[in-house]
Design a binder for this molecule. Structure first.
Ligand code: NAD
Length: 295
């Protein structure tokens, strides 16, 4: 079994570190928040006095932090304390440019590195059913795959450094756009006197079929497990969708890609967040499209 350092024990990182312990690994972890450390300690995670202390003697390091600036800051700190050859994995969702910078710094230190963002949310983190989208060398992937498998159900190697983050933001741009499309169709159906169930029955077995409709239906009723049936409690918070859409637009601008629907989705989610809905599920965007009517 492996000695693993885990930095960032929040909603996702805490349960992920707990699953590494369950799989038999020795985990030494650190977070700035006492509450996060206490919650992780209850899962059997060893708590270190600092990030540097956590990585001392670790064969693998995992970071799960809010954004690119946190990852670059923590990696700058810990890379001075790890042995060359250590594998450093970042599972946060961050911008592609910061991810590639982090890889370059790890390489300067003689370390292997992976960007391995996840989908599956807090439920997936707790149940070890996450999907990992992984960027990095074949050597780093071979070493990291068994570790990631202890925290998830699927581990997909997407190519070289940064490609895990690229896959994540492309996927979530599809998701944001498709949720708005599905929501618009339900709003139009309401105006035309077509019931939610009738639209669902037709579209779920026709060319309009997609995950936003059949798994995450934005109106209560047709899919009993969707957040719409639970007062739009997340699920996947609108604030996180906005974060990912902004990352997709930054990447599109840097790469010269034209993503007009992604840009429109980012604007609509910015408005949804400005209405104070950042903490509700992202499928609650249907309220904005109704002009709040029928909430
Ligand atoms: P969170 O805010 O709950 O946790 C982040 C943790 O990082 C906090 O506990 C914070 O104290 C800690 N932290 C910040 N700076 C630190 C530092 N310098 N040293 C040590 N610890 C530090 O966030 P989360 O929901 O766990 O999300 C983590 C990442 O996963 C984000 O990038 C997010 O976009 C991504 N993500 C989240 C979800 C989700 O559903 N929550 C789903 C997929 C991906």
């Amino acid at each position: 079994m492996t000695t693993i350092a885990f930095i960032g024990l929040g909603n996702m990182g805490g349960p992920m570190a707990g699953n590494l312990v369950k799989a038999g690994h020795t985990v030494k972890a650190f977070d700035l928040s006492q509450a996060s450390k206490d919650a992780a300690a209850e899962l059997g995670v060893g708590i270190a006095a600092s990030a540097k202390d956590a990585v001392a003697g670790a064969e693998v390091v995992v970071t799960m932090l809010p954004a690119g600036k946190h990852v670059l800051g923590v990696w700058a700190d810990i890379l001075t304390a790890v042995a060359p050859g250590t594998l450093v994995i970042d599972s946060s969702t961050i911008d592609v440019e910061s991810a590639r910078k982090a890889h370059a710094r790890a390489a300067e230190r003689g370390c292997l590195s992976l960007d391995a963002p996840v989908s599956g949310g807090v439920g997936g983190a707790k149940g070890a059913t996450l999907t990992f989208m992984v960027g990095g060398s074949d050597e780093a992937f071979a070493k990291g795959e068994p570790i990631l498998s202890a925290m998830g159900r699927r581990v997909v190697h997407c190519g070289d450094a940064g490609n895990g983050q690229a896959a994540k933001i492309c996927n979530n741009m599809i998701l944001g756009i498709s949720m708005i499309g599905v929501s618009e169709a339900f709003v139009l159906a309401e105006k035309l006197g077509l019931s939610h169930q009738a639209l669902f029955d037709v579209a779920s077995s026709s060319s309009g079929q997609c995950w936003s409709l059949t798994t995450y239906c934005p109106v209560p009723g047709p899919v009993p497990t969707s957040p719409a049936n639970n007062e739009y409690k997340p699920g996947f918070a609108s604030a996180l969708m906005l974060k990912d859409l902004k990352l997709s637009q930054e990447a599109a601008q840097a790469a010269g890609a034209s993503t007009p629907l992604g840009a429109a989705a980012a604007q609509l989610y910015a408005l949804h967040n400005a209405w104070g809905e950042g903490g509700t599920d992202f499928s609650g965007i249907i309220h904005l499209l109704r002009g709040r009517e029928g909430q």
